[in-house]
Design a protein around this ligand. Structure first.
Ligand code: SF4
Length: 180
């Protein structure tokens, strides 16, 4: 029987959701009997195979033009796309900047903040352009499932993946929705 193909990706996040996934510990050995990882920091594969994957897990919000490109490409190659964690669902911690005009953020970070000795806003053309605010994933692409939490606990990843593999709706009860 061919394995279910899974890809994972991070945008504007902290990789904490990926770390929580690794908290599955020995259950990862059970999972790899059923799934095969494609693009993921876990495999160091950078691009989803052109044939696509069955399930894509993506953490982080959308803060710059590169995130938009990555998210749209990831969406196009994942049959089921899961937004993982508060940053993906709402913008999360990176979206704290949404209440402050971008120019004020630049000024504080690069021109006037404490300890700045050579004030200059980085403008290398290689740098991705920042968006006016940090967007949740569903404002850019269609999302099929969500995994709330910061980060979602390992048991939530387990419930989500085993449910999708079994073809049923995930049952993410209160205990699996953790924000701490
Ligand atoms: Fe990190 Fe929390 Fe965002 Fe996940 S939801 S990427 S753990 S800040």
């Amino acid at each position: 029987m061919s394995k279910i193909r899974v890809a994972t990706c991070s945008l504007a996040g902290c990789f904490g959701c990926h770390m929580s996934f690794l908290d599955l510990d020995e259950r990862i050995a059970d999972l790899v009997e059923l799934i095969e990882f494609d693009r993921s920091p876990l495999t160091d594969i950078k691009i989803v195979d052109a044939a696509g994957v069955d399930i894509g897990l993506i953490e982080g919000g959308v803060c710059n033009a590169e995130n938009v490109h990555t998210l749209r490409e990831f969406r196009s190659r994942c049959r089921i796309l899961v937004a993982v964690g508060a940053c993906a669902l709402t913008g999360g911690v990176p979206a704290l900047r949404n209440r402050i005009p971008l120019q004020e953020c630049f000024a504080e970070a690069y021109l006037q903040g404490a300890g700045i000795e050579a004030p200059q806003v980085p403008n290398d053309p290689e740098l991705p352009l920042l968006l006016d605010r940090v967007y949740p994933l569903h404002e850019v692409v269609r999302i099929d499932h969500v995994l709330p939490g910061c980060p979602p606990p390992a048991d939530a990843f387990w419930e989500l993946l085993t449910a999708l593999l079994a073809g049923r709706e995930p049952d993410l009860d209160y205990a699996l929705r953790r924000f701490d």
